[in-house]
Design a protein around this ligand. Structure first.
Ligand code: FMN
Length: 217
């Protein structure tokens, strides 16, 4: 992506807040605990919400947007994000992006996402997210790094559209397999490595790269 295009999505806006606590695993590293007093317990509650199995629809014309600092702490969430995730802006800003993590998502997909964007590359990914009610929503996310004037990554930007039903069907089937592989492993790190290997095997069998798979759906 051209540097000029990336400059336009710099995260230093009036709504940006200082980083807040990394909860369990906002990569990479920990952020200082500066969360507003009311927002923190709510965020912890959201990490334990039980999925309802109900889909939370949004319009095909809508774009769910968020920006993060380099550690994945949310610095901006647009109105569509807040409405679909059923979250107050106060809760979202300063929270790790895993605040909308769905427990069915395989870890290896997030590892791939972080490997790519922290290396300065962009990525498209199908992601299943969890709203605060426990309802879920699938997105096709485009995640990009944002660069500062010194050439360092100052944050990340994600734009998400509603994916096609048949793409969701394929992604959900693949993610179920990857999650099962991860769950059968001894621990988190082992699970992630096995999940990544299983994703590699799946792609090899299809004769596709990861990007080719995403764009083929
Ligand atoms: C810009 C950006 C957007 C992200 N969007 C999401 C998202 O919509 N849903 C999600 O679960 N994780 C998202 N992540 C990844 C999270 O930071 C995190 O890696 C993931 O939720 C797994 O969390 P865990 O390691 O605590 O399980 C995003 C990361 C970045 C940098």
């Amino acid at each position: 992506m051209a540097a000029s295009a990336v400059q336009s999505i710099d995260t230093s806006g009036a709504r940006a807040r200082p980083p807040a606590p990394g909860m369990d695993g906002a990569p990479p590293g920990e952020a200082p605990d500066t969360a507003p007093a009311r927002a923190k317990p709510l965020r912890q509650f959201l990490r334990t919400v039980t999925p309802t199995g109900r889909a939370r629809p949004f319009e095909r014309s809508e774009i769910i947007v968020s920006k993060t600092d380099p550690k994945g702490i949310i610095t901006y969430a647009n109105d569509v994000f807040l409405r679909v995730a059923q979250m107050e802006e106060e809760t979202a800003l300063g929270a790790p992006h895993s605040i909308v993590r769905h427990p069915d998502m395989p870890r290896c997909v997030f590892k791939l996402l972080w490997d790519r964007v922290s290396a300065g590359e962009e990525i498209f990914a199908y992601v299943l997210n969890l709203a605060s009610s426990g309802d879920h929503y699938w997105v096709l996310a485009h995640v990009t790094p944002s660069w500062g004037p010194d050439g360092k990554i100052v944050g990340y930007h994600s734009s998400r559209r509603a994916p096609r039903d048949n793409a969701v069907e394929v992604a959900a089937g693949l993610y179920r397999q990857l999650k099962a592989v991860e769950d059968a492993a001894g621990g988190k790190a082992d699970g992630m490595a096995r999940g990544a290997a299983a994703l590699g095997d799946f792609l090899k069998e299809k004769g596709l790269s990861y990007d080719e798979l995403v764009f083929s759906l």
